[in-house]
Design a protein around this ligand. Structure first.
Ligand code: FES
Length: 272
């Protein structure tokens, strides 16, 4: 008996060659705006942070114990003793930032962050600059080779960033001392808000989400981890926004401490 004939609708269409489009993109919207703003924002932030990290002054407000996060932990021999909560172990030379023990890890954490990777692959390397816009590169090897293979270090950078967030939290609480007693001013509010934002960004990390809820077969057998994973997943959905928010809170907190420390204006005090 012969097989029944295949109805026409079930027959696959003839494979067609892809359209030859010479234009780089057919998009007519302002697709270039997001990469452009990303470049401007990141370059401005990096320039500010570099200047501040090497300035080696205006990082500490003695009256209110405010320490900028850019100098935390302050571990250089050049740090004022009151600001060096964790000892002074590094030589005081102009090319070593006072927080040289934490800054490289924070840089690695942000550089290998999934969101920032997307941001600089698109905006700086144009690889590709936007959806449906051809990239200028002819070859693509992704993150399978050196140096981009190093992006896998992100999970380790996360552990370091987690520890540094604890240190930043310690700094924020240590700043509630004014003279010999309790003190509270606008600087405390700014330091605390920055720490809350830093925790939100750090905990929203994709590696954190995996550490909290990954490698489990049954969430029902791990209710605590499931709850933690649900919380982290919710934050994770806002990771891009938190990445930019924390760049803002870090720069703003640093600027406020610098301004008060330099005497450009006084801290608004509520108590002490
Ligand atoms: Fe962005 Fe981990 S993915 S900090």
């Amino acid at each position: 008996m012969s097989a029944p004939p295949i109805p026409p609708a079930a027959v696959s269409p003839e494979p067609r060659a892809r359209a030859k489009i010479t234009a780089r993109t057919l998009r007519t919207d302002r697709w270039w705006l997001t990469p452009l703003l990303t470049v401007l924002g990141l370059v401005a932030w990096i320039a500010y942070a570099t200047v501040r990290a090497f300035m080696q002054k205006y990082y500490w407000v003695d009256d209110y114990h405010y320490l900028t996060p850019f100098y935390s932990p302050c571990v250089s021999n050049g740090c004022v003793p009151e600001a060096a909560h964790f000892g002074r172990v590094l030589p005081d030379v102009w090319f070593i930032p006072y927080a040289a023990l934490s800054l490289p890890f924070l840089l690695l954490f942000r550089l290998t962050c999934y969101y920032y990777r997307k941001a600089y692959y698109r905006s700086f390397w144009l690889s590709p600059p936007a959806c449906a816009v051809a990239e200028p590169h002819t070859k693509y090897t992704g993150e399978t080779r050196f140096p981009l293979l190093g992006q896998n270090a992100h999970r380790y950078a996360f552990y370091a960033a987690f520890l540094i967030s604890i240190i930043n939290t310690f700094d924020a609480f240590a700043a509630f001392r004014s003279g010999d007693g309790f003190g509270f001013g606008l600087g405390n509010v700014i330091l605390l808000a920055n720490v809350v934002a830093l925790w939100a960004y750090t905990l929203s990390c994709h590696s954190c989400r995996h550490i909290v809820g990954g490698r489990l077969k049954h969430f029902s057998k791990h209710p605590v981890r499931y709850r933690a994973w649900t919380f982290v997943s919710r934050l994770n959905g806002k990771h891009q926004e938190l990445a930019w928010l924390t760049l803002g809170t870090l720069a703003f907190t640093d600027f406020y401490v610098m301004a008060v420390s330099a005497g450009w204006f006084s801290d608004l005090r509520f108590v002490g």
